[in-house]
Design a protein around this ligand. Structure first.
Ligand SMILES: C[S@@+](CC[C@H](N)C(=O)[O-])C[C@H]1O[C@@H](n2cnc3c(N)ncnc32)[C@H](O)[C@@H]1O
Length: 239
């Protein structure tokens, strides 16, 4: 378990400089639309306080602030190189200082229960050691009535499209990722992690198990990405 965390941290350290570019290229420039769709499920109140778990280079945090310009965003990630990119990017991209980037573990969030109005996690369910623990922590720190929203790369459900997607993942993604990042292993890991991720129905069940209600999921672009969203009720943090 610990090995996976160390592996993930060192992989993202190695590709931090090219991460945003590759995100754009490999999603065929759809990543921003997917993130904006996820943010539309956050129902953020004016002056809301939002947690972006596994924030990486802060792309989700940036769009959260653009769509809700009076909210405050706290991004947390355990990879310092990704956070350095996030800080540098948001200092120039966002005309306010209501964002904070903190180094820390999503599986042990350093925040009190019921702190945030909403918590997001983008493209990171595949990377955490325990999806259940990540949702447990996100649900714990969100206030009752607050939303927990995930965006993740997934596999299309339709068989023919899945076949095309499979070829795209194992040929194009791997080739372009390796050439642009110079890191072959990272872009072998990417398709493997998508293929190994539990299906959306199971993600939904995990969210429900930590006390989130009304959990819905939306498959985007034939299911190559999926957004899950649920609302915290009177969860007591013990589940
Ligand atoms: C694919 S990137 C996603 C970054 C960003 N959320 C986005 O939307 O582009 C995955 C991120 O998850 C982070 N990560 C994985 N496990 C983590 C954990 N347990 N605690 C904190 N960060 C974690 C990695 O360091 C990496 O920055």
């Amino acid at each position: 378990m610990q090995d996976k965390a160390a592996y993930i941290k060192s992989m993202f350290s190695a590709i931090a400089g090219r991460y945003d570019l590759l995100n754009r290229l490999l999603s065929l420039r759809q990543d921003t639309a997917w993130r904006n769709f996820a943010i539309s499920k956050c129902d953020i109140e004016p002056e809301g306080l939002v947690l972006d778990a596994a924030t990486g280079t802060g792309e989700m945090a940036k769009l959260l602030m653009r769509q809700n310009n009076d909210c405050t965003v706290v991004g947390i990630d355990f990879c310092p190189a990704m956070l350095d990119r996030a800080r540098a990017k948001l200092q120039t991209a966002i005309d306010s200082n209501t964002f904070h980037f903190i180094q820390g573990d999503v599986l042990r969030l350093p925040f009190a229960d019921n702190t945030f109005d909403c918590a997001t996690i983008g493209f990171a369910l595949r990377n955490v050691v325990s999806i259940a623990d990540a949702f447990h922590e996100m649900a714990r720190v969100v206030k009752p009535g607050g939303r927990v929203v995930s965006l993740e790369l997934t596999q299309p459900s339709s068989r023919p499209i899945r076949t095309v997607h499979h070829i795209y993942m194992w040929r194009c993604m791997q080739l372009v990722g390796t050439l642009v990042s110079g890191n072959r292993e990272a872009y072998r890991y990417l398709p493997r992690s998508i293929a190994e991720l539990i299906p959306p129905q199971e993600v939904k069940r995990l969210m429900e198990r930590v006390g989130l209600q009304g959990v819905e999921f939306h498959r985007l672009y034939f299911g190559v990405a999926t957004v899950h969203a649920g609302t915290k009720t009177q969860y007591d943090g013990q589940g």
